[in-house]
Design a binder for this molecule. Structure first.
Ligand SMILES: [Zn+2]
Ligand SMILES: [Zn+2]
Length: 372
């Protein structure tokens, strides 16, 4: 990981700029409290927050009742104060097939076709994410289906492989499960959907296919007899997170920081983690050849320069599952794992831990492709 640092954040959040429940400064304050390094805000079909000057580095501001707000980091930075970077993107929201656009200053008409929307974001130099691709909705609870429909598209940058909102909503099967999901949201999460993983593995066989995890939180109250705060921001920001490896951000401008984080996402240089119980900082998955050239997650390397030694490290003892070409080839209980590869293959890692006897999903890595 020479030259790279690990940053942790949350992508895909809604604020009062669309149908989210909290204003941006309070979300940032809570992000600071939760120890996040970055947040990418994606309100529906608007860049108003960006146009109004949101975006950049923030530090703790005044309190807002029990909450914290955030204020922009001034020219004279005090290095001791915690900082969080806010990137303002948008979620382009047709009836289905929602697409995140990050790092853009213009947005397309949501009535365009999926391919036209993808092409628009590409032309604008942004990063596009197929978000909640296998969302199913939940008729019983009045939640519509917002899955991605047209898989003949090309030119998108990323797929949201583990979507918190999809995962959580899928657990709602009746009043009892809704009660459990409401009170113990981390408990009901099952990880990426198999259909999403299978598609991802097929795409990886053809070429690089970087993924991220999305939060898609709105923090909206739900009224049923009394008002329930469904996944309030303080909880959502501590559940599903994205870890990125990028060059040190400390001395970069807001524009450079956004570009650097987006480049890391687009390269697949990172992993997704559900961190409500166990922080995942320190997870590593990399490959080394005999001359100790290092390949990070997201890389494609040639088998010719191998044999490659794949190393996995997790910060706490857990279940490490190594997946090659879509099939689990090794499962190990421990804190690290090493595997030698002399041929071709696409490798990715899933990590789990046990909680009260149940296996819970923890980490989903991006892939390392050893391919001619
Ligand atoms: Zn959406
Ligand atoms: Zn959303």
């Amino acid at each position: 990981m020479k030259g790279y640092r690990e940053y942790v954040g949350v992508v895909h959040l809604h604020s009062t700029y669309s149908d989210g429940h909290w204003p941006v400064d309070r979300i940032l304050g809570e992000g600071l409290r939760a120890g996040l390094d970055f947040i990418f805000l994606t309100d529906h079909d608007t860049l108003e927050a960006r146009d109004e000057g949101w975006g950049g580095w923030y530090t703790p501001g005044a309190s807002d009742g029990p909450w914290l707000t955030a204020r922009p980091v001034g020219k004279k930075r005090s290095s001791a104060a915690p900082r969080i970077f806010l990137g303002v993107g948008t979620e382009i929201t047709p009836a289905q097939s929602h697409y995140l656009a990050l790092g853009v200053n213009r947005i397309p008409d949501p009535r365009l076709s999926s391919q036209e929307i993808i092409d628009f974001i590409r032309t604008e130099g942004g990063v596009g994410v197929i978000t909640h691709p296998d969302h199913r909705g939940n008729a019983r609870f009045g939640i519509g289906c917002y899955k991605w429909v047209d898989w003949s598209v090309s030119g998108y940058d990323l797929i949201d492989a583990w979507d918190l909102m999809t995962d959580w909503q899928d657990s709602l099967r009746g009043i009892v499960s809704a009660y459990v999901a409401y009170n113990w949201p981390a408990w009901v999460l099952r990880g990426p959907k198999q259909v999403t993983l299978d598609r991802w593995d097929r795409l990886l066989a053809e070429g690089p296919a970087p993924v991220i995890g999305c939060c898609d939180n709105h923090g909206r109250p739900y009224r049923l007899v009394r008002t329930y705060d469904i996944l309030p921001y303080p909880v959502a920001l501590r559940l599903l997170r994205l870890h990125l490896f990028s060059r040190p951000l400390e001395d970069l401008s807001a524009e450079e920081t956004e570009r650097e984080l987006l480049d890391s996402m687009r390269a697949g240089r990172g992993f997704i983690a559900q961190e409500f119980w166990w922080p995942a900082k320190g997870f590593r998955f990399y490959a080394e050849d005999s001359s100790v050239n290092e390949a990070l997650m997201g890389s494609t390397v040639s088998p010719g320069s191998g044999p490659w030694k794949l190393t996995v490290q997790i910060p706490e003892r857990g279940i490490i599952r190594l997946i090659k070409d879509g099939k689990p080839i090794a499962t190990k209980l421990g804190k690290s794992f090493v595997y030698q590869e002399t041929g071709e293959g696409v490798f990715r890692v899933e990590a789990y831990r046990r909680r009260k006897g149940f296996r819970k999903p923890w980490i989903i890595s991006n892939a390392i492709r050893i391919k001619y």
